[in-house]
Ligand binder design. Sequence first.
Ligand code: SF4
Ligand code: SF4
Length: 476
Amino acid sequence: MTQDPATQRREATNVDGMAGTQGADPLAVDPADVLGGPRAGAFDEKSPPDAALIGDCVHCGFCLPTCPTYVLWGEEMDSPRGRIYLMKEGLEGEPMTDEMVGHFDACLGCMACVTACPSGVQYDTLIEQTRAQVERHHERSASEKALRGLIFSLFPHPKRLRLMRGPLKVMQRTGLDRAVRRTGLLERLAPQLAAMEKLAPRLGKAMPLPAHITAIGERRMTVGMLVGCVQGAFFPGVNAATARVLRAEGCDVVVPQDQGCCGALSVHAGREDEGKAFAKALVDAFDDAGVERIVVNAAGCGSTMKEYAELLADEPAYADRARRFAELVRDVSEVLLELGPRAERHPLDVTIAYHDACHLAHAQGIRKQPRDLLTDIPGLTLKEIPEAEICCGSAGIYNILHPEPAQELGDRKAANIVKTGAELLVTANPGCLMQVTASLDRHAEQNGSRPMGMAHTIEVLDASIHGAPLSTLMDR
Ligand code: SF4
Ligand code: SF4
């Protein structure tokens, strides 16, 4: 990804400093001009970026300081406002160029701009619509296609991911992974594959969950549980901790054994049909579960599952079921706060830094719940991380597709985390866990300091409820 074309385009379109633009509004779109009818520009008629939503942007620029790509490069076209401007240009007849796609691809989909926007611009909907158009109309290079093909033939398939555990464990135990890394060969030949290798977490033992787990004491709720793809294969301990905590808090836990991917990765990458197919299969899998809530412990999955009603609105056989399904979906922190604590919390004498996963904080508005759960633990001190609203660079598969900016954002996040002086970093998304672990390890290596412990929110709660020693959290 080069920045030069962005600069050229910015100058050509002269939208820098739009906040001060006088006269005709450069972002104003007459919906009548662009909705319906054949389109000669970048987008076809099937859900192009919504002109009315584009028109909501008053180009005030409040979103700019929270946008990670704008923070990194300072380029208008790599800001939310600039990308919205490009969408408008595409609607008005501009063709879909490589430069235009480069700016859309560079967006992390972190939704920090949605939180920051005082005008309520629905950038999340706009970029989703745009990405689906890009996937339909943009011809990617052979190497890009191969990489995306590899990613999507692997990550949304829990069984295939589980098959990877064996060879990965052998590599980690024999030190082959570190040896390969030291040669720097993979980095030079295929930086994206090198990024993938660096992100792989240290694997513990597999812990498959049974189909039914019975509440301890009087049952307060029956919940279904999403196992997830990456969470299930690479962080089985997080799922086991989730089930133990729910059970301790009086929940019967139903784990449909035929569940697959929720479709989040596909939907966020514009692979609309694939995402819908995964969503439909998941609705089917929970159909007969008879649960009052569907609990999710991965932020990216939860935010997509809460949007199934919109995603499957045009599917007659699924629209109603998808709406009912979405109404039941909750992050695990939401369900635990709804229930209120029943199991005793044992002290954990630890200072933690809590990292907001973008798809929990920005996409679902969940910030208070995990903090409340954590600060209820006796002895635990919570520190806030400077620049908390800026993404860590994980963003689904972004850190594989765009390793360089992802690493810069990871390094920035690691430096901010270390500033807190915390002993343990806590977050609620497997992607963040991998990205921040790799970034903190790099920081420790470069500064000769001890790597920081990392844990999912639910693992900290599990340790407190079950009186586990702090070392179980610190030894990752
Ligand atoms: S904050 Fe909202 S209205 Fe202002 S420029 Fe950003 S997207 Fe547009
Ligand atoms: S989603 Fe994130 S990266 Fe994309 S424009 Fe918004 S703030 Fe920037």
